[in-house]
Design a protein around this ligand. Structure first.
Ligand code: T46
Length: 136
């Protein structure tokens, strides 16, 4: 299940002598949904662990546009950690994946594209509740 609900992404870098540029659009190959919300996480304490939840439905693409952090994912059977450490490297996460973000570098800016507005009722914050939902 991990492989259908998560995917590591490599974005095309349009570089020239002035520097680099990555462009992401709704419904492109790497962002297979209409973007309804953009948020970013920065100034995170390197000791902090964020996330610690799954979503019922939300689809998201995560990218560290500066610095690095680890994304630890759990589908109820398998666990996997991906380090996002380059602006051209992304991660797609959909629905019932319990995820945590940790090992933030001081300069980390984690940008997230999401397919829906913020909705607290879409969050499963309790790990045991998450396991129940996965095994329904
Ligand atoms: C996720 C990971 C990768 C809002 O008001 N609007 C928003 O769009 C978001 C994302 C959050 N908030 C509020 C809710 C909390 O009062 O901002 C506060 C911090 O949110 P939270 O503790 O959920 O942040 P993280 O870093 O644990 O998780 C976030 C996203 O919430 C989550 O969907 O998948 O980043």
């Amino acid at each position: 299940m991990m492989n259908t609900l998560t995917k590591e992404l490599q974005f095309t870098v349009r570089g020239d002598e002035r520097g680099s540029l990555v462009a992401l659009e709704s419904l492109c190959e790497q962002v297979p949904f209409e973007i309804k919300r953009v948020y970013y996480i920065f100034g995170t304490d390197p000791e902090a662990v964020r996330g610690k939840h799954a979503h019922h439905k939300l689809k998201q693409v995560l990218v560290c546009v500066s610095g690095a952090c680890d994304i630890r994912m759990d589908d109820g059977k398998e666990r996997k950690t991906v380090r996002l450490d380059h602006p051209a490297k992304g991660l797609y996460i959909e629905g019932l994946i319990y995820h945590e973000m940790l090992n933030f570098s001081r300069d980390c800016v984690l940008l997230v594209l999401a397919d829906a507005p913020y909705d607290e009722s879409d969050y499963i914050r309790d790990y045991h509740q998450f396991l129940k939902e996965v095994h329904l």
